[in-house]
Design a protein around this ligand. Structure first.
Ligand SMILES: Cc1cc2nc3c(=O)[nH]c(=O)nc-3n(C[C@H](O)[C@H](O)[C@H](O)COP(=O)(O)OP(=O)(O)OC[C@H]3O[C@@H](n4cnc5c(N)ncnc54)[C@H](O)[C@@H]3O)c2cc1C
Length: 610
């Protein structure tokens, strides 16, 4: 008799769970000795190579970079991570690859690191555990709550039979929403090009012709990937300019289309910060830690004013003021301790901290306190202004707006690369801390994730310099904030709040990842899971137990044999790579799943459990 576990998805998450199984499985660690007891077969299923999986596979353009610096990416825990299982340390990407810590590695290199972690984890497994890799897609999972599960694979008549199934499906494709369907239909009827949300490396960009205007909706990472593949990817080159060594000139190949880009905010995400924090990190969590999350969770359980249960928590109303207080604490801690000359005479950090702690976050008090104690508005944290940098900005025509947006990007680059503004870096650490805490709240809607990405997950500085060069070359044109797109006879038309004139084009690209929420799930495995009774949260995410990540049904019962983790679940708060020394929630989650899996096998009647 052999125990069997199927892990669907062999990207970073599947690999990380394997690493934790290898750490927890040796004799005594999880109460079960696989070397001497019942052996375990782990079937790893993914059409893409294990380690990197789809996103980090090694056969993709070397022009596509990570937006994390190599020293900030690790697949291993460290002393900061509150692990139940044993800590196995290992190199960060930068240590493994022997590259400078601040390098933005290309995705292929990260794929190499992930593949190495995969091989290392296999080698660390005790002798009773064998991994079988299946380069196939899993189509559905069937089986009763109390019995073995069947995992049906594409192209295979017989299912894999398993004691347990772990779903690490990652970024999934999605069906088009109503607006996208209408825009796609319009393309079919009029012979236009419409590229819906996709992982850019997988999009077929050949229909975007040289010199042709292309409307692009979205200014995050997918836009940067698109800009790279249609510029350098088509033979263009960046050259250093004479005066400022960081300033670039773009030499076109002549094969580039002209991108008209806009979005809700109308600006690119904030540049990655280009220096390290000298001295003390802000002592976090302070105003948004486990106690505040527990109180919010309790509130979620209460009936909402409109009736019904589970609606008692509104993220913007209830959680955001506490989060904003935490971000402000980090900001002012840094300002007062590192730059006291920029605070008002007579205010010490101790005095400010006391007043700040007493201030009610659900009102104007914090803003009033900052205005009293910090003279320069640029030194106060104004989250609303940061979130909507083009609020109130209006231009009559596009050409005049172009230089305005370039100066916004230049100012952002300058600020994010100068340690005089290291309160920004303190806020970045607070964003990470909050992110880790929010994981336990599950589905909190989409606003926070958008804000976090905009503030903390923006492009490397060199990418923004490339954007400036492409803009000066006339190959990227900025449309502004509040962009909307409509179908016109034979074209698409875009306009924005910032520049309310209309630009028409025969091609439209939705530059963002698919959102497989709710009724837009296209993945047959996930669709079948919902059809079989798995619960979706209000935002359409797969509901999982926040402690061991078992899949929940609509009555809230955990499925004893099915686990799920990743961006399509309400544990998606932890959907980035782990950063060293930040008590990474990703590694904690992987550890919890690995231990729950091993614990289940132990309790299933293994002699070691007796
Ligand atoms: C383009 C992009 C760039 C990113 N860059 C960064 C970055 O620089 N830094 C950072 O911290 N985070 C980054 N992230 C976020 C995060 O680190 C990644 O999302 C990470 O890849 C998540 O790992 P995962 O294993 O959960 O998902 P994925 O990487 O999506 O892996 C899931 C795997 O499951 C497989 N799969 C899915 N369905 C099935 C099925 N039915 N049968 C079999 N296999 C299946 C897929 O083929 C895939 O290989 C990025 C995300 C994206 C999309």
């Amino acid at each position: 008799m052999r125990n069997t576990v199927v892990i669907v998805g062999a990207g970073p998450r599947g690999t990380g769970i394997l690493e934790r199984i290898a750490a927890n499985a040796p004799a005594g660690q999880a109460g079960w000795d696989f070397a001497t007891g019942t052996p375990l077969d782990i079937h790893l299923v993914d059409p893409y190579p294990p380690g990197g999986g789809r996103i980090w596979r090694q056969d993709q353009s070397p022009l596509l970079w990570m937006n994390s610096q190599a020293e900030d990416v690790t697949m291993f825990g460290d002393e900061s991570v509150r692990l139940a299982g044993p800590l196995h340390t290992g190199p960060t990407l930068h240590e493994w690859a022997g590259i400078a810590g601040r390098t933005f590695a290309d995705r292929r290199l990260q794929g190499g690191y992930l593949n190495w972690v995969y091989e290392k984890s296999l080698a660390a497994l005790p002798s009773g555990i064998t991994v079988h890799y299946h380069p196939r897609r899993a189509l559905r999972v069937t089986g009763p709550r109390k019995g073995r599960q069947q995992v049906w694979l594409d192209g295979s008549a017989q299912p894999l039979s398993a004691d347990l199934v772990v779903l690490a499906l990652g970024h999934l494709d999605a069906a088009l929403d109503e607006e996208q369907r209408a825009l796609a239909d319009h393309a079919r009827r009029h012979g236009l090009t419409y590229l819906p949300p996709d992982y850019t490396a997988d999009s077929d960009l050949t229909a975007l012709a040289p010199g042709e205007p292309v409307l692009v909706r979205g200014f995050g990472q997918a836009f940067v990937d698109l800009m790279v593949l249609l510029g350098e990817g088509r033979g263009g080159r960046f050259e250093k300019q004479g005066g400022d060594p960081a300033e670039l000139t773009y030499r076109p190949s002549g094969r580039e289309p002209v991108l008209y880009v806009g979005s809700r905010r109308g600006v690119p995400y904030h540049s990655k910060i280009g220096y390290a924090l000298a001295g003390e990190r802000p002592p976090l969590p302070r105003f948004f830690g486990p106690a505040e999350v527990a109180a919010l969770l309790a509130r979620r359980g209460q009936p909402s004013e409109a009736g019904g249960s589970g609606g008692g928590l509104d993220f913007r109303r209830d959680a955001w003021p506490l989060v904003a207080k935490e971000l402000g604490f980090a900001h002012y801690h840094r300002l007062f301790t590192a730059h006291p000359e920029r605070t008002r005479a007579g205010w010490t950090w101790a005095a400010f901290e006391k007043a700040y702690a007493e201030a009610n976050p659900y009102g104007p008090d914090l803003g009033v306190l900052a205005a009293v104690a910090v003279p320069a508005p640029a030194d106060r944290l104004d989250l609303a202004a940061l979130d909507r940098p083009l609020a109130g900005v209006r231009y009559a025509a596009l050409p005049a707006f172009q230089e305005r947006l370039r100066s916004h990007v230049r100012a952002d680059l300058a600020r994010r690369h100068h340690p005089a503004h290291d309160a920004d870096l303190a806020v970045f650490f607070a964003l990470l801390s909050v992110y880790g805490q929010l994981v336990r709240l599950g589905d909190i809607g989409t606003w926070w994730h958008g804000f976090f990405s905009f503030m903390a997950s923006g492009p490397p500085g060199p990418r923004l310099r490339q954007l400036l060069a492409l803009s000066r070359a006339g190959l990227v044109r900025f449309l502004g904030a509040g962009m909307t797109v409509t179908a016109r006879p034979g074209a698409y038309a875009a306009t924005s709040r910032t520049v309310p004139c209309s630009v028409t084009a025969r091609a439209l690209v939705e530059a963002r990842l698919p959102d497989p929420a709710g009724n837009r799930v296209r993945d047959p495995l996930l669709a079948r899971l919902y059809a079989d009774g798995a619960a979706a949260t209000p935002a359409g995410l797969l509901a999982v137990d926040p402690d061991d990540f078992r899949v929940l049904d609509r009555t809230g019962r955990a499925h004893p044999r099915r686990f799920a983790l990743g961006p399509y679940t309400d544990a998606r708060g932890a959907a980035t790579f782990s950063r060293p020394r930040t008590d990474s929630p990703v590694i904690r989650q992987n550890d919890a799943v690995a231990r729950a899996v091993l614990g289940f096998l132990r309790d299933q009647g293994c002699p070691a459990a007796a």
